[in-house]
Design a protein around this ligand. Sequence first.
Ligand SMILES: *Cc1c(COP(=O)(O)O)cnc(C)c1O
Length: 435
Amino acid sequence: MDDSFRDADARHIWHPFTQEEGAPPPIPIRSGQGTRLFGEDGRIYLDLIGSWWVNIHGHAHPHIAAAIARQAQTLEQVIFAGFTHRPAVHLAQELTRILPPGLDQFFFSDNGSTAVEVALKMALQHAVNRGENRRRFVVFEGSYHGDTVGAMSVGRSSGFFTAFEPLLFEVDTLPFPATWNDDPEVETKERLALQALDHYLQRHGKTCAGWLVEPLVQGAGGMRLCRPSFLREAALRVRAQGIPLLFDEVMTGFGRTGSHFACQQTGITPDLICLSKGLTGGFLPLGLTVCTPEIRQAFRGDRFDRAFAHGHSFTANPISCAAAVASLEILHREKSLEKVAAIQAIHRERLAALAGHPRISRPRSIGVIAALDLDSDRADYHSPLGPALKAFFLEEGLLIRPLGNVVYLLPPFCITPDELHRGWDGIEKALRHVV
Ligand SMILES: *Cc1c(COP(=O)(O)O)cnc(C)c1O
């Protein structure tokens, strides 16, 4: 690769979530195929994190690429207020086939953070329109919901946003019973979490506008899992107070946890669900906030101020919608859930082989997600182990990006058993050489 390209990047481009001082320069990628990314310098990287949790069917999948090309030549964009188009309607119809019954009203935006902002605004205005005094939101400790101001407020306890504290609105935070394989404390933690929830609901049950959760897995908070039975129990109590359930499935949606949506393992249908990331197969930005007809109904009326005054320039972009429809076709056609089950089986086998390793704790997995904590002086996102491990994995040709001392895999569904074992072998090697 010519140096001018690298220099121009350094001179002009500000990369996300990076302390540039001391960071290695970004790696130029020329192309991708399936699980593999091809560097400009000829090196090949195995993508074990779905390129920040977006890619589910592999890079440059020809079916999605063709759908995008066709749509771009037909209708690239049109204002979505007062107009509509087939890709959006088709997508809504296809999604109602896999979403829990009752979630069939679709509000479009551009990404995960905006899908969450829409959910918060919808839940709040839903209460306002119904004349209810519900103004507060409640979340679990460790939640992450994106980087815009509302999403930061509800994700404050993830610890990423200290500089913005003065901008963030008040949010109530409850303990989360994070658990792992053979966790002897799980029952106790869940009981205490439910007690805290009950106590909260007694005080604020009638003034809470929404309970926002990442069902089954807190992603950016460190791949922290809870049991479906706990979430179900908590959700029933929250619902009994008339509080809308807002599920953020931006990361967990589209098969990642072994079912189309994580909520399906709890038997609970939320009132609103946020989707993005895997929605387009990871090809293009698109966000969706899907709600029940009851929620939507509360916005009808004879005055504009009852309507939902929200919309982005690229709301329901037709090319993104066409990519999402194509991604759903692959999800069915390539039997993705069976692939996820096969990945999960390998995760379990490799985690079991690591059990008892003196430097690891909390081995855990669900669907394509497997994670473990490494011993570190700092057991959080700022653990110095994170950058050291990331560099080691890249040297091995593996795209694995630990969250501090938490090492996890979250591969696209098309990964082969051999490739997945290579990832695990890389983690074992890191345990010998880095930790
Ligand atoms: C990534 C993520 C978001 C934010 O999505 P963006 O598209 O990055 O804005 C929101 N919620 C969860 C659970 C996420 O993992």
